[in-house]
Design a protein around this ligand. Structure first.
Ligand code: FAD
Length: 108
């Protein structure tokens, strides 16, 4: 079976980075593509219990694909959901903190 920690870190890196470079105001085609990516990921993710929980979480909390800020916040909250489940610290989902981690990098 895959290393779920490495798989998770890599997948979160892909998702948060993709959200950070998503359009500020997403055109309909980008919204459709993002919904399709998230839905497919939740079906195909190669950790079956992770995938099942992620599907349930997405059903309870439909993705905000309207634009980058909403998507980044939504994804941060989904990641915090998993952090909570695993007893990890919650991340500050403020946009400045998210941009610092996933777009701009540290101050100096
Ligand atoms: P990760 O949680 O992988 O985080 C990587 C980096 O992202 C952190 O160092 C931090 O800088 C940043 N970060 C942390 N939280 C946030 C946030 N909320 N928003 C933005 N950035 C943040 N593992 C399981 O054991 N069981 C599961 O059920 C499970 N479900 C998963 C479901 C999905 C969809 C994914 C993608 C992963 C899942 N994982 C699961 C893996 C788990 O989330 C972690 O990736 C793994 O435990 C490694 O954790 P880590 O401490 O290296 O940091």
């Amino acid at each position: 079976p895959p290393d779920t920690a490495l798989l998770g870190r890599s997948t979160w890196t892909f998702l948060h980075t993709t959200a950070a470079y998503y359009p500020l105001t997403a055109p309909p085609q980008a919204q459709t593509n993002m919904l399709s990516l998230l839905s497919s990921l939740s079906m195909l993710y190669p950790c079956s219990w992770c995938a099942t929980d992620f599907q349930k979480d997405i059903r309870r909390n439909p993705p905000d694909v309207s634009g980058r800020e909403g998507l980044m916040r939504w994804l941060c909250e989904r990641h915090n959901e998993v952090n909570g489940k695993l007893g990890k610290e919650k991340f500050d989902c403020g946009i400045q903190n998210l941009d610092k981690r996933w777009k701009d990098g540290p101050d100096d």
